[in-house]
Ligand binder design. Structure first.
Ligand SMILES: [Zn+2]
Length: 142
């Protein structure tokens, strides 16, 4: 088995807010990130697939197809959007880096299974900035 990683970048806005809490509690836990006008990040996404190298092509997957899937399933949906307001999964899920990793996994896992034969999604890594990233390998309790 070999692991292959493809990167993509997008920009998006978000804020952190738990509807079950008071404004004071949100401010205490999330600080500046609780400002409901939101703020933006330039995210870097790394999607790693696992598979065998095809002896004929030397590829694990069709790289163009992987790029297209990352674009249609994630980048086109998240890029230049306000995640809380415009991306369905974040209506009930706080768009933290951790939750974004899980959501991106959910978006890509089935698509890769169905459209990239021989490859499986191995890891989603998302950087909120160069100093902070989250990894998700699926499977476990989200
Ligand atoms: Zn933020």
């Amino acid at each position: 088995m070999i692991l292959l990683t493809r990167k993509a970048e997008f920009a998006a806005a978000h804020y952190y807010w738990n509807d079950h809490w008071s404004a004071e509690e949100n401010a205490r836990v999330f600080g500046k990130c609780a400002n409901r006008n939101g703020h933006g990040h330039n995210y870097t996404l790394e999607v790693t697939v696992a598979g065998q190298v095809d002896p004929v092509t030397g590829f694990v997957v069709d790289l163009k197809k992987l790029k297209d899937l990352m674009n249609t399933e994630v980048v086109d949906v998240y890029d230049h959007r306000h995640l809380n307001h415009e991306v369905p999964e974040f209506r009930n899920r706080i768009p933290t880096t951790e939750n974004m990793a899980i959501s991106i996994w959910e978006r890509l896992h089935g698509a890769i299974l169905h459209q990239l034969p021989g490859a499986t999604l191995h890891r989603v890594r998302i950087y909120e900035n160069p100093d902070l990233f989250a990894d998700y390998y699926g499977g476990g309790p989200a």
